[in-house]
Design a protein around this ligand. Structure first.
Ligand code: BGC
Length: 462
């Protein structure tokens, strides 16, 4: 498939609008740590209630990812994106205007459901509208938006740190991207791949012609149609020996992204900095803003290099970087010297950089690439559910872990997870760069080993 010589601005704009759901994902998961400090001034909160307020979004996201997988396959990617945009608006209004804790919980639960569905519908939609040679960069826009959302939430937490009652504004600001997403999605086209699956070939062709900025899209349409020639996947086929390995790969990648400890830093960075010896609260929060900035910048690096260097090298190098950073963090906490805090801060930054250019972007990209079209939404939903489940487990046990075994041992546990992840990814993760989604699908149907499903299909078989 030759790429069009003319620039295809539209595909960038469409992807950027869909990625607003990633921005809300980052914003709404990041804002709670700051907002909670003020909510507890307005309401009487037990520890359990506080934990519930923090985890309500994660619980909603778990539910959303299970619920939405089937729905995106059934009703289409665009319609689901419109639904989640509505849920973001609705949830934000309820949470920011709440006059009782139960309404905050309800609003955050709605937002969580939207995040859960959006966390895979957006990358899925972008992967399906992208030309294959830009797919890595465009899908990673979603992760870029997540990191920008997290950074915005850190900045807002920092700005409003001394304004009482500001939790309403903190939540309420989320309404701006939520409305932009609602309006934007209204004008975006449906995924041409999903339309072809529904038999709406002419509509899909027209959309592809506009997106690719060329009149002849028959080759791409043929590819997609061919990939759909195989017998329809029934629910049973999802767990068949053909599909099972990729389902397993997606689920393990979701687990790895969370079990290697990213959200211990994203959600608890100020606590870690204070434990390391930075007594000043404002300083710790400012250093957290630094984490947010570095997270965005390293993701930009991933956007530029995922389609050039490939997914595997970045993934493996990133995991090594995360491993050594966690080892350094663990060591720092055994030293008890004056330089402990500086080593801890340095390692926290190298950890975030290593995560952002590897697992951060690659999880969402790969799970949008490796599943056959027939079951893509459902299978992604399962992988994403696992990701949210482990996000919930890791972030809700981190403080308990710190209290029981101390920071040094805790970070050692996450370092051990990096070793497992490296070995798994080395042996099982395919390189999916430079091939079409249909070629990947054909390799899966041909029962190629997991590592080889991203190789170009050699023969011209149908
Ligand atoms: C992860 C989030 C994490 C974020 C950090 C995302 O890919 O799924 O759990 O907070 O990256 O940038």
């Amino acid at each position: 498939m030759a790429a069009s010589a003319k620039p295809r601005y539209l595909v960038y704009i469409v992807s950027a609008i869909a990625a607003l759901s990633g921005l809300l994902f980052g914003f709404d998961t990041g804002i709670i740590s700051g907002a909670l400090l003020f909510i507890e001034k307005d309401f009487i909160l037990s520890t359990e209630l506080k934990e519930l307020i923090v985890s309500s979004v994660l619980l909603g996201a778990m539910f959303g990812s299970l619920l939405g997988g089937h729905l995106t396959d059934r009703f289409g990617r665009r319609r689901l994106m419109l639904v989640i945009a509505g849920l973001f608006v609705f949830g934000t209004i309820i949470a920011s205007m709440a006059n009782q804790v139960s309404l905050i919980l309800l609003g955050r639960l709605f937002i969580g459901v939207a995040i859960g569905i959006g966390s895979y519908t957006a990358p899925l939609y972008i992967a399906e509208i992208s030309p294959f040679e830009l797919r890595g960069a465009l899908v990673s826009l979603n992760q870029f938006a997540i990191t920008v959302g997290i950074l915005c939430s850190y900045l807002i937490n920092f700005t409003f740190a001394n304004h009482s009652g500001s939790w309403r504004i903190m939540f309420g600001i989320g309404l701006i991207p939520a409305l932009m997403l609602s309006i934007g999605m209204f004008f975006l086209p449906e995924s041409p791949r999903w339309l072809i699956r529904q038999g709406a070939i002419d509509r899909a062709k027209k959309i592809l012609q506009t997106l690719r900025n060329k009149p002849d899209v028959s080759e791409e349409v043929n590819y997609i149609q061919q990939s759909l020639q195989v017998k329809k996947a029934s629910f049973k086929e999802i767990f068949s020996p053909t599909i099972r390995p990729v389902l397993f790969l997606g689920a393990i990648l979701g687990f790895i992204q969370q079990a290697t400890g990213i959200n211990t830093i994203i959600y608890y960075a100020p606590t870690i900095f204070q434990m390391a010896g930075f007594q000043n609260i404002a300083g710790s929060i400012l250093a957290t803003v630094g984490i947010g900035i570095v997270n965005v910048l390293a993701t930009v690096f991933a956007i530029f290099y995922l389609d050039k260097l490939g997914r595997r090298p970045l993934l493996l190098i990133g995991l090594l970087g995360m491993f050594f950073s966690l080892l350094g963090l663990s060591l720092a906490f055994t030293l008890h010297t004056d330089i402990t805090r500086w080593i801890a801060m340095f390692c926290t930054f190298t950890y975030i950089i290593s995560f952002a250019f590897s697992l951060g972007a690659i999880l969402w990209l790969m799970i949008a690439e490796i599943f056959p079209l027939e079951i893509r939404g459902f299978a992604m939903g399962l992988a994403v559910f696992n990701c949210w489940l482990w996000n919930f487990i890791v972030s809700s046990t981190f403080l308990t872990l710190l209290n029981s075994v101390g920071p040094s041992q805790s970070f050692l546990i996450y370092a051990a997870m990096c070793v497992f992840s490296f070995v798994f990814c080395y042996y099982k993760t395919p390189e999916t760069n430079g091939v079409t989604l249909e070629q990947i699908e054909q390799n899966i149907r041909n029962r190629m080993p997991l590592r080889a499903i991203g190789q170009p299909v050699m023969s011209e078989t149908e």
